[in-house]
Design a protein around this ligand. Sequence first.
Ligand SMILES: [Zn+2]
Length: 50
Amino acid sequence: MTKEIDCKRCNFMIRSENDDELVSFVQQHNKNMHNWDTSKEELLRAAKDV
Ligand SMILES: [Zn+2]
């Protein structure tokens, strides 16, 4: 199942069929772009099925 996460702080959006990949991409984005640490749990809660 494909999931999507929108960054809450900019227009970045990412989709993946793989939860681990999705979370890892968003964690890198949040850290690199916003200096913001996010947990896997909170990112998966924010993910939408698409
Ligand atoms: Zn962002």
